[in-house]
Write a protein that binds this ligand. Structure first.
Ligand code: AGP
Length: 609
């Protein structure tokens, strides 16, 4: 997610904007920039890399003026380059933007046909071009912004300055956060509280389709039709440290709660529910090459490896192709069998995991086609893959991967549907039905998140255990592995994930009254088998915690504790069932007082062997 700051007042804007951007650095970014209205008009500085690059530029070539906008960019469309950095200036207009404009390609074609020339690869430049167009046709500043926003589809939080109205700033938001800060003789706009908390605690949390006009006379808030709106002013009592986490105690908890939004941002611009189509904008195998595929091999590490295991179930079922899954650290050294009829899918949140990157290189050296599922635009694994499917989870700060994992799962589902249609196993009509279940998923996730405090109370009953077992069958077996990894890596409790059918081959010897056993027991083709495993555990006095439907009384009557989940399709159930396990791990770790965001011995991205 990008960071945005805007300032209009009597002080020099540059230091205020720079300080605000620094306080948003935790959000992750790959380039930065700012624009200020000076005595000689609008002046812009932009840089790739960290803010210190921009700061160095500003030291030698400062921006003077008391109206300005600043931006840190987390690339979604277009590589991290100076040209793609914000602000995007077109004539007398400059814009900074956080969000995704879904229809930017069609609007770009339309504007180019009208004679507009573009200088970047970004979706944001569309907004600058449209506002410039309407302003040049005589529309007043706010009207030009409204006309532009009526054209775009997608999410935005924008701040706009206009060289023809140097003492004005306009902000607007839809589905991306934006906050208005009210000062004395000065006002602020920002994508998040920390950016402006040192200047004011009086904030307005703007709502979707709000438009803010800031001038020296003050601030007005309107809807997109120009009608005045009245929004409450909140007095923020958070400390700066709390503000970075939006009031959550840890980044991990904040990121767990961001998952409904992250899923929507990942799938929404890639599906056409009317046509029953999946749109993979950076998938470069022709239909003939897809048909020639003989197998799919997936390579990843850690949580991403668990995503790949779920992907095996999805892709084999949807595409009727054999799917291998391997750990990067193993694949890279076993002289694997891959060839030009193999599609190598690498999965990586950071895009920099050394073992996964080495696996990708090994497969490409043998002629395999390559697709990366990655959360970091322009990262090594993304750059070295022929095709890429970016998750739009936003920066994941907590070492334990949460929203990256569930967006990887939804990415694998979409890729599976796309390939299934290409291979003739899925019709447009069937995909329309699949997409209906997908569109309901964010609401179902929120239902689980609403039970957060209950899960914390449950965590209190198990926080002193020394060992946990996690059991699942079929497509839920990888979720058992993931649940165990979440618990062990942040609470330091030993936890193992196991295919439930394997219990009788050894692990059942571990079961006693001290052993909490988490079971994934929702209705599925193997539910009866799963219940047999539950009975085996109970017969040995194991303490069963079941993830199951709220109305699944067959389970609830038998087990010690139930973590309820709503019903969904089998293919999407791994995404849903992960959430209570993330929350259980988080609360047990927090109750045990470990460093949840930075667990001992771990790094967010393992860029070495
Ligand atoms: C999982 O919570 C860990 N953070 C770790 O296993 C991680 O998934 C693994 O290191 C792979 O990282 P990547 O997705 O960035 O490649």
């Amino acid at each position: 997610m990008c960071g945005i700051v805007g300032y209009l007042g009597a002080k020099e804007a540059m230091p205020i904007l720079l300080d605000g951007l620094k306080r948003l650095e935790y959000r992750g970014y790959d380039s930065a920039g700012m624009a200020v209205m000076g005595d000689n008009g609008m002046d812009i500085r932009r840089s790739v890399g960290k803010l210190k690059e921009l700061e160095t530029q500003l030291l030698t070539s400062p921006l003077r003026g008391s109206v300005g906008i600043g931006h840190t960019r987390w690339a979604t469309h277009g590589r991290p380059t100076e040209n793609n950095a914000h602000p995007h200036q077109v004539g007398h207009i400059a814009v900074v933007h956080n969000g995704i404009i879904e229809n930017y390609l069609e609007l770009k074609k339309q504007l180019m046909a009208e004679g507009h020339t573009f200088t970047s690869e970004t979706d944001t430049e569309i907004i600058s071009q449209l506002i410039y167009k309407y302003s040049s046709q005589g529309a007043a500043f706010a009207e030009a912004v409204r006309l532009a926003l009526h054209q775009v589809r997608g999410s935005y939080a924008i701040v706009v300055i206009n060289a023809r109205e140097p003492r004005s700033i306009i902000g607007a938001r839809k589905e991306s956060p934006m906050i208005l800060g009210l000062g004395n003789g000065e006002n602020f706009l920002a994508s998040d509280v920390p950016a402006i908390l040192s200047h004011t605690r009086r904030m307005v949390f703007l709502e979707d389709n709000d438009l803010v006009i800031m001038t020296d006379a003050g601030v007005t808030i309107q809807d997109l039709a120009g009608n005045p709106l009245d929004r409450p002013v909140t007095n923020i009592t958070w400390s700066p440290a709390m503000a970075e986490k939006a009031g959550y105690k840890h980044f991990m908890l904040k990121e767990i709660f961001e998952q409904p939004r992250a899923l929507i941002d990942t799938f929404r611009h890639r599906v056409d529910p009317h046509q029953g189509e999946i749109i993979l904008e950076e998938f470069h195998l022709t239909p003939e090459e897809v048909k020639r595929l003989q197998k799919i091999t997936m390579v990843a590490c850690g949580t991403s490896f668990h995503a790949a295991l779920v992907g095996k179930f999805l892709l084999e079922s949807l595409c009727r192709l054999p799917v291998d899954v391997d750990l990067g650290s193993e694949f890279r050294y076993r002289d694997p069998f891959v060839n030009p009829e193999t599609l190598l899918i690498s999965i990586s949140q950071s895009g920099e995991t050394a073992d996964t990157l080495a696996g990708l290189r090994e497969a490409r050296s043998k002629g395999a086609r390559s697709l990366a599922i990655c959360n970091a635009v322009g990262s090594s694994i993304a750059r070295e893959s022929e095709s890429v499917f970016y998750t739009h989870a936003g920066p994941e700060i907590g070492v334990a991967s949460t929203k990256a994992f569930t967006t990887q799962l939804v990415s694998l589902y979409l890729i599976g549907l796309y390939l299934a249609k290409e291979l003739g196993y899925r019709s447009a009509e069937q995909i329309r039905g699949d997409l209906q279940a997908l569109f309901q998923l964010p609401t179902l996730l929120q239902e689980v998140l609403d039970g957060d405090q209950v899960i914390r109370e449950i965590g209190q009953n198990y926080m002193k255990a020394n060992n946990f077992l996690y059991l699942g069958r079929g497509i839920h077996y990888p979720i058992a592995l993931e649940g165990a990894l979440k618990l062990k890596e942040i609470s330091y409790i030993h936890a193992e994930g196991y295919p439930a059918g394997e219990m009788k081959h050894g692990p059942i010897a571990l079961i006693d009254e001290h052993m909490p056993v988490v079971v994934l027991a929702t209705r599925s083709p193997v539910f009866e088998k799963m219940m047999s495993n539950v009975e085996e555990v109970i017969a040995r006095r194991g303490r069963v915690i079941a993830v199951s439907e709220a109305d699944n009384f067959t389970v609830r009557e038998k087990v010690e504790t139930t973590l309820p989940v709503p019903a969904t399709s089998l293919e999407l159930s791994p995404i849903l069932l992960t959430l209570p396990l993330q929350l259980l791990a988080y609360h047990i770790a927090d109750l045990r007082g470990t460093d949840v965001d930075q667990p001992r011995n771990l790094a967010k991205s393992v860029t070495v062997e």
